[in-house]
Design a protein around this ligand. Structure first.
Ligand code: NAD
Length: 232
């Protein structure tokens, strides 16, 4: 049985991805850092749940030792930061990069140590439309997600020779706890910018990840899933 690891897989987009793999018969491990309620719900759904902060090298190394085998890694854990640049502290900058890029690096490094001898594997990095086009008042978040796009392409070139594929998915505006702070008016204004006329849902992203898992000749791509939000 194949094993998939979804970081931040106990809620939002990560949970939708984890559930989609569960339906396909995978063994699914999901991590979280603080969300104990989400962890209990995810366990009840049949996921293996591990507490591991993606910023911690020790915790991530030990997580991979406990999992033993990983066939698919989905680097989904992420934090947003919506602030004008003049108000962003250096600590906030470091935290966004530690989670969004540092976490993906640590997990990809540990996964590749297992995948290279297996001569197979898939890594999917969840980036963002803001990583592709840049978001005003989200410069640090956008930069961290743009870094993931570069990481994806470079790793695809490096690991393809070992039978490992590396791709990214860039969601647009998805209805998850990350966006719970938007008022009804703000949400309506956002929807007006989306040609498909609705916010995305976690399942939209899960379908994209499943496509990347199914097509074993696709590597090094970024798949935008945003209802047309980024069409220029
Ligand atoms: P969310 O806030 O609902 O979930 C984020 C998950 O990341 C949670 O499970 C949380 O426990 C985990 N996480 C955060 N910090 C962590 C840490 N230090 N260690 C381990 N886990 C940690 O957000 P979401 O909307 O489901 O977002 C999932 C991914 O999709 C993120 O990478 C996000 O940047 C990206 N994304 C989301 C949207 C959107 O509109 N919701 C758009 C583009 C990209």
């Amino acid at each position: 049985m194949k094993t998939v690891l979804v970081t931040g897989g106990v809620r939002g987009i990560g949970l939708a991805i984890a559930e989609a793999f569960l339906k396909k018969g995978y063994r699914v491990a999901a991590t979280y850092s603080k969300d104990e309620d989400g962890a209990s719900l995810a366990k009840a759904k049949g996921l293996e749940v591990y507490r591991a902060d993606v910023r911690s090298e020790t915790e991530i190394v030990s997580l991979f030792e406990r999992l033993d085998r990983v066939d698919v890694l989905v680097n989904n854990a992420g934090v947003s930061l919506i602030k004008q640049i003049q108000d962003v502290s250096y600590g906030e900058f470091q935290n966004v990069f530690a989670v969004n890029m540092g976490g993906a690096f640590l997990c990809a490094r540990e996964a590749s140590k297992r995948m290279i001898p297996q001569k197979s594997g898939l890594i999917v990095n969840i980036s963002s439309v803001w990583g592709e086009v840049g978001g005003s008042c989200e410069s640090v978040y956008s930069a961290s997600k743009a870094a993931l796009l570069g990481f994806t392409k470079a790793l695809a070139k490096e690991l393809g020779w070992s039978g490992i594929r590396v791709n990214s998915v860039s969601p647009g505006v998805i209805d998850t706890p990350m966006n719970a702070h938007f008022s009804e008016t703000e949400t309506a204004a956002l929807v007006e910018e989306i040609p498909m006329g609705r916010l995305g849902v976690g399942e939209d992203i899960a379908k994209a990840v499943l496509y990347l898992e199914e097509n074993d000749y696709v590597t090094g791509i970024d798949l935008p899933v945003n209802g047309g939000f980024s069409v220029v």
